[in-house]
Design a protein around this ligand. Structure first.
Ligand code: LLP
Length: 443
């Protein structure tokens, strides 16, 4: 297994992260357990901030909180000077409860409700990323009712779609997100927005995909966006102050994944924007990005306890852990691949090939196929690497399984960031209608 951040094997032959023995962590906090390497998260934040500072451009790095949105993570993003991208009232609420400065919050989403818009305007967030015409007019109306103006970016589909190694440079028209550059709807919204008195146009936004390992797609997007900016200046008389190129910077999950250093992505983006806008004699805009996965993904490790095994001679050996698709739905949803090791026997040689199953009542609940491990036995601790992004964030209570705790580790200290769900949490929102209650029931 690849060792990310501060992960290493300690003298006891155990996996250690942030100076904490992971076997001890499982004894203290139980399993499954999400462990976050705080130093690595902060390092990634700093890599972005430093690379942008080096470019000399005005910038914001907005952490895409959808990847992992808990209050402690919002605190880290704030402390490191990042901004925050939220997509729902729940993410906004989490950020505000964590004391994240509203002025650095950007609100995304293709179907913001009137209630969400009101909540965000009342909180005085930094800007909305407008996705469609209906939202634009709702924003203008609600802002007017509240006697204020809102700053907006417009999400456009630039006609560049990244499939990690592959770019399709036409035909992203068929997307639920944003305004199309090619069919004229992006230009139309600029002209409409200009006339709305409670809307202040900051600029535009484009997001080309996720888990991208090359810079070419970002360069292509910068080029299309710059060309559009020039057209908007001449046709609508609007000059953009902000260009937001979204997120999608890739990370290493397994061998064969080849992400670039953060500084390489950032330099390619800032160079492309400088060049494109420079050539057009356009005032250099601020450049914003929205990394999610690349801030938290490789800093997360999930620890499980091995339970039962099922050996089918000549076929395969299933090894079941005490979690699965409830804490990590990505293998079932996207066929995502992960690396793993036995955290309690980290120095032992691999002896067998097994497949790691979850405990949900569903055949598709598999975490890893064909994993090499030492001879596995009940009670072993399995550590799955690179689970920091879109794991806790996408966790569910399927089979009424309680969501695990999250601990942040650093310099030998482990701090609880999310408590493990309790049985009371599980039934807490259930109501038994009176006519179904047994005589002595109180609930
Ligand atoms: N900005 C926008 C507008 C986005 O839609 C996304 C991701 C990001 C930023 C952050 O992208 P990142 O840097 O994390 O790649 N659940 C999927 C990923 C969905 C990504 C959705 N949007 C997964 O587990 O792979």
């Amino acid at each position: 297994m690849y060792f990310h951040g501060t992960s290493k094997i300690n003298d006891q032959g155990h996996l250690e992260i942030g100076g904490c023995d992971t076997v001890q962590l499982t004894e203290q906090f139980g399993t499954p357990l999400y462990v976050v390497d705080e130093a690595l998260v902060r390092q990634r934040c700093r890599e972005y901030m430093e690379a942008f500072r080096a470019s000399g451009m005005k910038f914001q790095v907005a952490y895409a909180s959808k990847a992992f949105c808990v209050m402690a993570m919002c605190r880290i993003a704030d402390e490191e000077g990042l901004s925050l991208d939220v997509v729902s009232d729940g993410e906004l609420y989490t950020a505000l409860q964590a004391g994240f400065p509203a002025s650095r919050i950007h609100f995304h989403g293709n179907n913001k409700t009137p209630e969400e818009i009101e909540m965000a305007i009342d909180a005085k967030i930094g800007c909305f990323v407008v996705d469609n015409f209906i939202e634009l007019h709702m924003l203008n109306q609600i802002a007017g009712e509240k006697g204020t103006k809102v700053k907006v970016l417009f999400r456009v589909t630039p006609g560049v779609e990244a499939h990690t190694h592959e770019y399709i440079s036409t035909g992203q028209t068929d997307s639920k997100f944003g305004f199309d550059l090619q069919n004229g709807s992006a230009m139309r919204v600029m002209k409409e927005a200009k006339e709305l008195v409670n809307i202040e146009i900051l600029g535009i936004h484009s997001h080309i995909g996720s888990q991208i390992f090359e810079v070419e797609g970002f360069r292509m997007a910068a080029e299309k966006v710059a060309r559009f900016a020039v057209d908007v200046r001449s046709e609508a008389g609007v000059v953009f102050q902000v260009i937001n190129l979204g997120g999608g910077f890739g990370i290493r999950y397994v061998e064969g994944d080849t992400p670039l250093p953060v500084a390489t992505y950032v330099k390619a983006i800032t160079d492309a924007v400088k060049e494109q806008f420079g050539q057009a004699d356009y005032p250099q805009p601020e450049i914003w990005v929205e990394p999610g996965r690349s801030i938290v993904g490789d800093a997360g490790t999930t620890l499980y306890t091995v339970g039962t095994t099922k050996d089918i001679p000549g076929v395969r050996k299933y090894v079941a852990v005490d979690g699965g698709m409830t804490d990590n739905p990505r293998p079932a949803l996207y066929e995502s691949k992960y690396e793993a090791m036995l955290a309690n026997r980290a120095k032992e040689a691999n002896e067998e090939v097994v497949s790691i199953a979850g405990k949900c009542c569903e055949s598709g609940d598999m975490l890893i196929w064909d994993l090499e491990l030492p001879a596995v036995k009940q009670g072993d601790v399995l550590a799955v690497a690179c689970t920091g992004a879109y794991n806790y964030a996408m966790a569910s209570n399927y089979n009424r399984i309680r969501r695990p705790a999250v601990v942040f580790v650093q310099d030998g200290q482990a701090d609880l960031a999310v408590r493990r769900e309790s049985f009371d949490n599980i039934v807490g929102n259930d109501v038994i209608p009176e006519r179904m209650q047994k005589p002595a029931m109180t609930r």
